[in-house]
Design a protein around this ligand. Structure first.
Ligand code: GLP
Length: 247
């Protein structure tokens, strides 16, 4: 257990989403030029809804914010409804005043994905680095698309998705066969370079991954356990996802 991890236990997913959104909003109020690292998946959807609400109420301005998403399927066209670019437009970007030119999602239709990977970390560094990274967690402890493995991938890289991830994500596709077999993902090193990290997890299916992330050994077999090495991590969990935590 890392003393730098702040565990915020919430009653349910709604409370988790509201509290996480307030933290993000405060960060943007403090620094309107914030660079956000953004995640897809169901975990941050409620948080994005709350951020949209703050914008609509006139209390949050994204005009100077820049963003870098964690990952994207490969290969996939940006306009494909299952692409993470499409997800971000639908769930956040289209509803706030962020400049689309300031939003970055790894290019899932690139001819040379290795070149995209290399350029992505350089782009983040050139922008000044990520101020606040938002993460979900996979049932198997993956963060972004860093799957359990015998090493921690450092930078943005091309990943072969594991069977369990393909199965878990098949719910968004017409069939399991339609899930792309690869993805471009920020590495564990890219993620740990963020100045501050928040992770959201809700539902019983995440309980084991959350326990391994917070209380388990630091091992690439649970990629999220690398977060124990980071000095400023806040984990928002609902009761179901927190149920195996010892404290
Ligand atoms: C996907 C994404 C991750 C996400 C995870 C959990 O594979 N690449 O960034 O955190 O799954 O998804 P969910 O939030 O839908 O449970």
């Amino acid at each position: 257990m890392n003393i730098n991890m702040d565990i915020i236990k919430c009653k349910d997913e709604d409370e988790m989403s509201r509290r996480a959104a307030s933290l993000v909003a405060e960060a943007i109020h403090r620094d309107p030029h914030s660079i956000l690292g953004l995640a897809t998946g169901s975990s941050p959807v409620g948080m994005y809804k709350n951020l949209v609400k703050f914008y609509e109420q006139g209390t949050l301005d994204f005009s100077k914010v820049r963003s870098f998403n964690l990952d994207e399927y490969y290969p996939i066209q940006p306009e494909d409804p299952q692409s993470y670019r499409h997800f971000m437009n639908e769930n956040l970007f289209d509803h706030i005043n962020i400049d689309p030119a300031n939003t970055h999602v790894p290019q899932g239709n690139a001819e040379d994905p290795e070149a995209v990977c290399e350029a992505y970390d350089l782009m983040i560094q050139a922008a000044g680095g990520i101020d606040l990274q938002i993460l979900g967690i996979g049932n198997n402890g993956h963060i972004a698309f860093n799957e359990p493995a015998d090493h921690f991938p450092a930078g943005t890289h091309l990943v072969d998705l594991q069977e369990s991830t393909i199965k878990a994500n098949a719910r968004f596709f017409a069939s399991e066969a339609d899930v792309p077999r690869q993805a471009i993902s920020m590495g564990i090193g890219s993620i740990l370079r963020a100045k501050r990290i928040i992770l959201l997890a809700s539902g019983e299916a995440k309980a084991e991954a959350v326990k391994a992330c917070v209380e388990g050994p630091i091992t690439p077999f649970c990629p999220a356990s690398a977060l124990q090495l980071h000095p400023d991590v806040t984990i928002f969990v609902d009761e179901a996802a927190a149920k195996l935590l010892s404290k």
